[in-house]
Design a protein around this ligand. Structure first.
Ligand SMILES: NC(=O)C1=CN([C@@H]2O[C@H](COP(=O)(O)OP(=O)(O)OC[C@H]3O[C@@H](n4cnc5c(N)ncnc54)[C@H](O)[C@@H]3O)[C@@H](O)[C@H]2O)C=CC1
Ligand SMILES: O=C([O-])CC(=O)C(=O)O
Length: 308
């Protein structure tokens, strides 16, 4: 099955690389606006095929969307990343125009496509795709929670001084520095609540470091991260193409779930061949419910800046 990745930059190339390396897609088409860039990235990646042992064909194109026709999944990573000191929300002005145009091109050539939105501010960009693509809501998935949950597990393992494979946890709500909600109440080490091992101060530290995970990396790298974002996208794409029905927190259009409507926010969902197969309703504590509502309010304000 064919997968398109729009944007051959840091995140797009990482998505293409992890998808190809995991060998579950027949073809990955990379699209960029910069002349020759996607072709170059595709060729470089293809030259790793014999070294890394994958058979996925990777091709690149400068803006020729006819090459993306018949894609089962398309990942939108086109747009500018933030620089140290910026918020993701500051990217809306440039990225909204890019995401809107790219979405129209994708849907024109692949009317049944499932779109994974990565460009920031991601919850608002996912909302924009809902409002402009004409696709049903099960076919639009914002990628944030998969990445934020991976960062949560990294910070939990660090605090617990244990291997990451020992821990489990999930981050929901907004993909923003303030609106992320790491669910400490549900995080475990081998099924044992982390509150058995970490005091409140340690738990608060884990939550805060998780929330600013993207900003921390942006400060260190001078631009935002790409390895874990690409890996997170590859997990989503695999769950769709292989109909794995994994439960993954994603930014989805809500229609009453978690008390919110007409907004995209991170919630746990079953991801399979049909895209979003089910939003999973989990019980939140009162404090978590309040934080979820606060995150929704902030995202709704950013959505208000969109022009359709
Ligand atoms: N949702 C998430 O968890 C994450 C989101 N991001 C976001 O992903 C986006 C991409 O980040 P990077 O790859 O680091 O940026 P980058 O600058 O390395 O790559 C972006 C690419 O998009 C291309 N592009 C721009 N306009 C285009 C158009 N109209 N059509 C096709 N391609 C176009 C550019 O030429 C460039 O190659 C940013 O908005 C960033 O904030 C990054 C990491 C995680
Ligand atoms: O931090 C950023 O701007 C990029 C991003 O969304 C992330 O890495 O979580």
């Amino acid at each position: 099955m064919k997968v398109t990745v729009v944007g051959a930059g840091a995140v797009g190339a990482s998505c293409a690389e992890y998808i190809a390396m995991k060998n579950f897609a027949s073809e990955v088409v990379v699209v960029d606006i910069k002349e020759g860039f996607a072709e170059g990235k595709a060729m470089d990646l293809m030259q790793t095929a014999s070294l890394n042992g994958f058979d996925t064909k990777i091709t690149g194109t400068t803006g020729d969307y006819s090459k993306t026709a018949g894609s089962k999944v398309a990942v939108i990573t086109s747009g500018i990343p933030r620089k140290p000191g910026m918020t993701r929300e500051e990217l809306i002005g440039i990225n909204a125009g890019i995401v809107k145009e790219v979405t129209a091109n994708l849907v024109k050539h692949s009317p049944d496509v499932i779109i994974i939105v990565v460009s920031n501010p991601m919850d608002t960009m996912a909302y924009l795709v809902h409002k402009t693509s004409g696709l049903p809501k099960n076919k639009i998935i914002g990628m944030g929670g998969a990445l934020d949950s991976a960062r949560f597990k990294y910070r939990l393992a660090e605090a617990l001084e244990c291997p990451i494979s020992d821990v489990d946890g999930m981050v929901i709500a907004a993909h923003s520095d303030t609106g992320m909600l790491p669910l400490l109440s549900k995080a475990t080490r081998n099924g044992v609540p982390v509150s058995e091992f970490l005091n409140e101060e340690q738990q608060a530290y884990v939550a805060e470091e998780t929330k600013v995970g993207g900003a921390t990396l942006t400060k260190l790298l001078g631009t935002s991260a790409w390895y874990a974002p690409g890996a997170a996208v590859s997990v989503l794409v695999q769950s769709i193409l292989c109909d794995q029905k994994k439960m993954i927190p994603c930014s989805l259009m809500l229609d009453g779930e978690y008390g919110e409507s007409d907004i995209c926010l991170g919630v746990p969902a079953i991801i399979g061949a049909n895209g979003v197969e089910k939003i999973v309703d989990i019980t939140l504590t009162d404090a978590e419910k309040a934080k979820f509502a606060e995150a929704a309010k902030a995202v709704r304000e950013v959505n208000g800046d969109l022009k359709f």
